[in-house]
Design a protein around this ligand. Structure first.
Ligand code: ZN
Length: 669
């Protein structure tokens, strides 16, 4: 289970503004707003007014600016690779994938021919056994993911051992709500989905009547799956989604699925048991396989191929795919092709492009400085745990054990994947996309039976994000996030602690949020809490649920306090720990003004600046359903009202809109 700092939609940059830059710039603020009424807007109001979302984006903020710059860096590496294709294998691979994806003329000429052989094979499906066999073939060859996902990962109750995790889903839209709800927005998205289905089936060569029948079949099947899916809040429960079955018992649960054969077809060797996310959904799939006509299953399989391929085929497919994205997010123009390609190469061949990125753009000193900051935060967190007034000593001991066991993965991995055996070609983009997916699938499936590798890094070096993994009990900070406004060598400590310091604290607190606290120092799901401490934690966490439930977005839509709880707890803990660590610095102790602000003011302004962004209304509405992170304004404003130092720094008084009485402030970590 992995927690991110921010959910990424696409990819995204900052110009190097070092030397004379103002790290906290009054010109970005709106000082007509009182800091105690709306701190986020006080800190960012003018920036927000002057930085609307660009046409090819769905949101625009600190993360997106960095992503924009990062994608330009990747583009220059890719252009260089194309010029020097014969330099070495690494260069040849990324050059060929990039060239093949940029060559829209060839892609247009090919039309739907790249997927024709797959569609023809699906036409030959004769029974439900064939349907499942085809599902396995699509999955193992990077062509689609009908019914379920399969991933070899550590057993969450025995993390030193790999086990296959089978995640039933079966749907294509971003959330089950869009199949089931009847509010205007869900209805509009569902209608657009029907248009999208029809359009893609037609482009794939079906007559209008056939495409309409295929579309109806797919929507019917996916709607039944959606009904049986857990809600996103239920999916956050690590026990509810942990269902271990022997292969034999799993087949008994749903006899149409012959797991012994299926696992073989999926190249999984030596698995006597598996983890299942949602047994009810498997049973639903089982009874549907008996009830739904074969022709409809063929449509469902074809749909998975076509939808998966659409972004990599001719312009008609790409436009239809974007049109559906547009309805969901409000994005006005498609992301430029070169940017889509650099994003694809980063996600598929991250260790190849990542090596080049780090060589050219990463200062090795940043890694050492970052490790120092992480260590400072860790020891401050330890002191705070020792001083907690609500936790018994026995639980504190185990909390400290877990904290001290954090592994730290900074900037780039210790060993790079070299993609041995991967072949790509200059003129087969769809083939390249599938070959990279197949390579990753095989890499993952070959882990079965081997000792668990805890050194792998789950994010590529250019990524502007950070993460905590409860199964590995590790923290990851890719090279991409070690830049302003998170971190800069030239910035004062207030800016760096309010930025990357709070991010480090955030990821550490994930180890102790409502989910993370359920795993121990090694990463096993294992309750190490004394009952009374767990009860007290839940009461405190409930206060945070209530606090965020009261926040709105788009006037009437509320933040889902339960869905975003883990992230909100991480923000509150992270900022509290970072502030205390900051009080140990020389800058804090000297208490001199910089650009007119005290060190404490700069700390909180830095925090707010990280979260400044504009989001298109449609995208905001979608994120409120799908994103476990709260919107930027509430990340900026949410935690500070619980931190006494913020009140002191800005002289916040009763009567200010954000004011909370000292006894009502939530203090956890
Ligand atoms: Zn997070």
């Amino acid at each position: 289970m992995k927690k991110l700092l921010l959910t990424l939609l696409a990819f995204g940059a900052i110009t190097c503004l070092h030397a004379q830059m103002k790290y906290i710039d009054r010109a970005n603020m709106d000082t007509t707003i009182k800091p105690g009424d709306d701190f986020y807007t006080y800190a960012n109001g003018t920036w927000i007014k002057n930085n609307p979302v660009p046409a090819s984006r769905t949101r625009w903020g600190s993360f997106d600016l960095l992503r924009e710059e990062s994608s330009k860096r990747l583009r220059s590496l890719l252009d260089d690779a194309v010029q020097n294709r014969t330099r070495d294998r690494k260069t040849q691979i990324i050059a060929d994938v990039y060239s093949s994806g940029m060559d829209s003329i060839t892609l247009d000429k090919k039309g739907n021919t790249p997927i024709r052989p797959l569609l023809t094979r699906i036409d030959g499906v004769k029974n439900t056994g064939d349907v499942l066999k085809e599902a396995a073939i699509l999955r193992t060859t990077g062509a689609g993911s009908p019914f379920f996902g399969m991933f070899i990962g550590p057993d969450r109750k025995n993390v030193r051992k790999y086990i296959p995790s089978i995640s039933f889903g079966g749907t294509s839209m971003a959330d089950r709500d869009y199949y089931l709800k009847t509010d205007p927005r869900s209805t509009r998205i569902r209608e657009a989905y029907k248009v999208y289905l029809n359009k893609l089936f037609t482009l794939a060569g079906e007559s209008e009547a056939a495409a309409a029948a295929s579309a109806t079949a797919v929507l019917n099947i996916e709607t039944v799956f959606a009904k049986a899916q857990y809600s996103r809040v239920e999916m956050r429960d690590p026990y509810k989604t942990y269902n271990k079955f022997s292969v034999k018992d799993l087949t008994a649960l749903a006899p149409v699925f012959d797991w012994k054969t299926l696992l073989q077809e999926m190249k999984v060797k030596g698995a006597d048991s598996v983890l299942l996310n949602n047994p009810g959904l498997l049973k639903t799939a089982d009874s549907m396989l008996k009830a739904v006509p074969l022709a409809d299953w063929k449509s469902y399989l074809r749909w998975n191929v076509i939808r998966n391929a659409a972004p990599y085929l001719s312009n008609g497919f790409v436009e239809a795919d974007f049109a559906f994205t547009q309805v969901q997010t409000g994005q006005k123009q498609i992301t430029p092709r070169w940017q889509r390609m650099s994003s694809l190469i980063d996600s598929r061949l991250g260790d190849l492009i990542g090596q080049l990125y780090v060589e050219k753009y990463f200062r090795p000193e940043a890694k050492a400085r970052m490790l120092e900051l992480v260590n400072n935060l860790q020891s401050t967190f330890a002191d705070r745990i020792k001083k907690l007034d609500w936790m018994t000593d026995a639980t504190k001991q185990r909390a400290l054990e877990k904290l001290n066991a954090f592994a730290k993965k900074i900037a780039y991995p210790d060993k790079w994947k070299e993609y041995e055996g991967l072949t790509v070609s200059k003129d087969d983009f769809y083939g390249n996309v599938r070959n990279t997916a197949t390579w990753s699938y095989n890499y993952n499936v070959n882990k079965m039976g081997k000792p668990v590798d805890r050194t792998e890094m789950g994010m590529t070096p250019p990524t502007i994000n950070a993460s905590y993994s409860s199964t590995n009990n590790d923290l990851t900070f890719p090279a991409g996030i070690l830049q302003f406004p998170f971190f800069d060598f030239g910035a004062d400590d207030a800016v760096n602690y309010g930025g990357i310091g709070a991010v480090i604290g955030h990821e550490m607190t994930h180890g102790f949020d409502d989910q993370g606290r359920q795993s121990d120092a090694i990463g096993n799901l294992n309750d190490w809490w004394a009952q009374e401490d767990g009860d007290k934690f839940k009461l405190k966490a409930d206060e945070v649920v209530q606090q965020y439930n009261a926040f709105t977005v788009l006037d009437t839509v509320h933040v889902n306090g339960k869905l975003t709880l883990g992230e909100n707890l991480a923000d509150l803990g992270g900022l509290s720990i970072a502030y205390e660590a900051f009080t140990h610095t020389k800058e804090y102790k000297e208490n001199k003004l910089i650009d007119g602000f005290t060190p404490s003011q700069r700390f909180f302004l830095s925090w707010a600046q990280v979260w400044r962004n504009n989001v298109l209304p449609d995208n905001a509405a979608q994120l409120i359903v799908t994103d476990p992170h709260s919107p930027g304004i509430h990340r900026g404003n949410g935690p500070i009202v619980n931190i006494d130092a913020w009140y002191d720094a800005f002289n916040i008084q009763p009567g200010d809109k954000m004011y909370k009485k000292p006894e009502s402030r939530t203090r956890i970590w």
